[in-house]
Design a protein around this ligand. Structure first.
Ligand code: 8Y4
Length: 281
C-alpha cells in the first residue's frame, strides 16, 4: 500500500515511524529566550529532524501549537511563523515526508506550498475552512478523534461504546472529506489516544484497533510518553520509554501503519523485530 505525499511516496506495506518535532519556542532551550529571530529555532529543529531521519524515521511531524491541557492558544500568524520555516528547511535538505500537525487552514496551505507531504489534524478538519484547505493542498490527511477540546477533554469523558463511537466519528469525517473532493485513498484514521479518553477507553481502543478503520484506510497511532503510560505504569514522563515501546509493538501487531513517537531509533528496532516475527518475507 502506497500513499502519495506531494513529491514523495510513502510505502505503508510495513509499519513506519513518524518522529515528533515540536516547533514551539518552549521545546527548545529555556522557554523562548532565543526566540527573538526564530532562525536559531529553525536550525535546532532541522538538527533534530536530521537525527530522526538518521535513526530511521519515514515521516517528520512538525507542530507549532501545543495541544497539552492548559497550553496557551497560538494565533494563526504565530503558528505560521513557527511551522513554515521548519517545513522549508527540512524539505530543502532531507529525503523524508514532512507531516504538519495543524488545524489551521492558512497553515495547511502555506505548509503544502513549502513542501509538506501530509496533513495531521487532531481536530479532523473540523475548523472552518480546513476541509477546503486540505482538499486544495492535494495532500493526504490524518483524521484524529478527540472528545472535547484540549482545555477540557480530560474531565471524565464518557462513552457507551468507545470503539463504536470513535469508529463512527472517523467514518463520518471521511465522508465529509470525500464530499469536498479529498479522495478516500488519501485518508488515514487515528483514534486519538489520550484525547478525551480514560485509561480504560485507551486500552479498549488499542485492543480493538483493527475495528477502527476499514482495511483500505491506514491507521496512525500516537501513544509515545503519554499520560496513559504514566498512569498505567506509574512512571514520570522521562521513564515511559519501555511502556511506549510495548504499545508501539502492540499497535503494529494490530495493524497500525504509522506510529508517532519521540524515540525514533528504539521504535524502529521494535517494529523491525515485530515484522521479522509476524510478516516473514
Ligand atoms: C508527553 C509527550 C506526553 C507528548 C504527552 C504528549 C497525537 C497527535 C499529538 C496523536 C496524531 C502528545 C499532534 C499530544 N498526539 N497526532 N498529536 N495522533 N495523529 N502528548 O495521538 O504527543 S500531541
Amino acid at each position: 500500500m502506497k500513499l502519495l505525499c506531494g513529491k514523495r511516496t510513502l510505502d505503508l506495506t510495513r509499519p513506519v515511524v513518524m518522529g515528533i518535532l515540536n516547533a514551539t519556542p518552549d521545546s527548545f532551550s529555556d522557554g523562548g529566550s532565543y526566540y527573538a529571530s526564530g532562525t536559531l529555532d529553525t536550525q535546532l529543529a532541522l538538527e533534530r529532524a536530521r537525527q530522526m531521519v538518521r535513526e530511521g524515521a519515514s515521516i517528520i511531524d512538525v507542530g507549532g501549537e501545543s495541544t497539552r491541557p492548559g497550553a496557551a492558544a497560538v494565533s494563526p500568524d504565530e503558528e505560521l511563523a513557527r511551522v513554515v520555516p521548519v517545513v522549508e528547511a527540512i524539505a530543502a535538505e532531507l529525503d523524508v515526508v514532512i507531516s504538519v500537525d495543524t488545524s489551521t487552514p492558512a497553515v495547511i496551505e502555506a505548509s503544502a506550498a513549502a513542501g509538506a507531504g501530509l496533513v495531521n489534524d487532531v481536530r479532523a478538519l473540523e475548523r472552518p475552512g480546513a476541509l477546503e484547505a486540505a482538499a486544495a493542498s492535494g495532500l493526504p490527511v490524518c483524521l484524529m478523534h478527540m472528545r472535547g477540546q484540549p482545555g477540557n477533554m480530560q474531565r471524565e469523558p464518557e462513552y457507551d461504546d468507545v470503539v463504536a463511537e470513535v469508529g463512527a466519528y472517523l467514518l463520518a469525517r471521511a465522508e465529509a472529506c470525500v464530499a469536498v473532493g479529498i479522495p478516500r485513498q488519501r485518508l488515514l484514521f487515528d483514534p486519538g489516544f489520550g484525547f478525551g479518553k480514560t485509561d480504560q477507553h485507551n486500552l479498549a481502543l488499542l485492543r480493538h484497533l483493527p475495528q477502527l478503520a476499514p482495511a483500505d484506510i491506514p491507521l496512525l497511532v500516537g501513544m509515545s510518553r503519554k499520560s496513559m503510560v504514566g498512569r498505567l505504569l506509574e512512571r514520570n514522563v522521562d521513564e515511559r520509554l519501555p511502556g511506549s515501546l510495548a504499545l508501539a509493538m502492540l499497535a503494529a501487531q494490530r495493524g497500525a501503519r504509522i506510529v508517532r513517537v519521540h524515540d525514533v531509533a528504539a521504535t524502529v528496532d521494535v517494529l523491525r523485530m515485530q515484522q521479522l516475527v509476524d510478516n516473514p518475507d
